[in-house]
Design a protein around this ligand. Structure first.
Ligand code: NCD
Ligand code: ZN
Length: 346
């Protein structure tokens, strides 16, 4: 049987949620990844050092309870129009926050308290620049058609930030288009991008036919998907892995006004292996998932290993029980019911 052994990966963009949802979805990330950058867009977003502390205490407690001793949840802070310079300093000093997340207001799940005017946050970006805190951007312009929202954000608010803070490290989260790939390649090393597994697999037609494929920013054209596959298999360190795994209950996805977010954590590593193999680039997988992101964030490389086996398995139709076997509201994973070529050996 074919096996693939790689350095244990990092997920530089994941939503682990709170409470019952957190408890249920945590193992899919913590069993596979050594570290994950956990996003702060909770029901009550992590807008202060205190909230960051409270939430990550809960998360760390679950990790301990569920026996994930080697997993580390990396901290983020949520930027609002009212974020103060002190929030930046304290969250780094006390909570070791690595990145602050900029959600333009109203663009995605949990962005209601996001930023309206980036230019008001000048002192905040200056403090992040001074302290080496990464600016993580959901790069979509509010109230624009999603085909143009990213380009608009990049030529507008992003450009202003980029020019005014020449040493600020910036991540474009979930890059989705060929144009963004081309553009990003021209920026210096301090600007990088995460790419998800689902944007390497979906086009907009797949979103029309299945609400579980709907996320922000949405999957685009076939040409865009191919450009993303080329980017992640090119060996360019500017592109690294962030799953953007974003679970919602089944009922929140299967209704009008479905929530944006694809719950990909249970399938991401097998799916990536399948895609990289299909284009003859399996040897590039490890750099994408386990090196480039860590290097960008200035973290040591993980020392553990992840083993994958080429043995087909069927993705469950839904997760309907908690870890103690009690019935819960179902959560539908990405590619539910489909068969994947690779599986993780735990
Ligand atoms: C994310 C979520 O559900 O929290 N949803 C999504 O569609 N990606 C938020 C985000 O990262 O945009
Ligand atoms: Zn996200």
């Amino acid at each position: 049987m074919e096996t693939l052994v790689i350095r244990r990966p990092d997920d530089f963009h994941v939503h682990l949620r709170e409470g019952e949802m957190l408890r249920r979805v945590l193992p899919f990330t913590a069993q596979v990844f050594e570290r994950a950058l956990v996003m702060p867009n909770l029901t009550k977003p992590l807008i202060s050092t205190y909230k960051v502390k409270e939430y990550f205490r809960e998360l760390d407690r679950y990790c301990e309870k569920q026996g994930f001793k080697d997993f580390r949840a990396l901290r983020t802070l949520y930027l609002t129009d009212k974020t103060l310079v002190g929030n930046i300093a304290w969250s780094q000093v006390w909570e070791n926050v690595l990145a602050a997340k900029l959600y333009p207001k109203g663009t995605t799940t949990g962005s209601a308290q996001g930023v309206l005017d980036v230019e008001r946050l000048g002192p905040v970006f200056a403090e992040m620049e001074k302290r080496g805190i990464v600016l993580s951007i959901h790069a979509e312009m509010p109230e624009m058609h999603s085909d143009y929202a990213e380009d608009e954000f990049l030529i507008g608010p992003f450009w202003w930030i980029y020019q005014n803070f020449p040493r600020l490290k910036i991540v474009w989260e979930h890059v989705t288009t060929a144009y963004m790939v081309k553009l990003l390649e021209r920026y210096p090393a301090r600007v990088a991008g995460t790419i998800t597994a689902h944007h390497l697999w979906l086009t907009r037609d797949d979103v029309f036919s299945n609400p579980h494929n709907y996320c922000k920013p949405p999957a685009k054209s076939k040409e865009d998907m191919v450009a993303l596959i080329n980017a992640v298999t090119s060996g360019n360190p500017k592109f690294f892995f962030g799953s953007d795994s974003a679970p919602h209950w089944k009922w929140q996805k299967e209704r009008a006004k479905a929530k944006a977010g694809v719950f990909s954590a249970p399938v991401v590593m097998p799916l990536l292996a399948q895609i990289f193999e299909a284009v003859g680039a399996l040897h590039r997988l490890e750099d994408f998932t386990s090196r480039f992101g860590a290097e960008f964030y200035g973290l040591p490389l993980n020392t553990g290993k992840l083993v994958l086996e080429k043995r087909p398995w069927k993705v469950p139709l839904a997760y309907t029980r908690d870890l103690d076997g009690e019935a819960i509201e179902p959560i539908v994973p990405f590619l539910a019911g489909e068969t994947l070529d690779w599986q993780i050996v735990l």
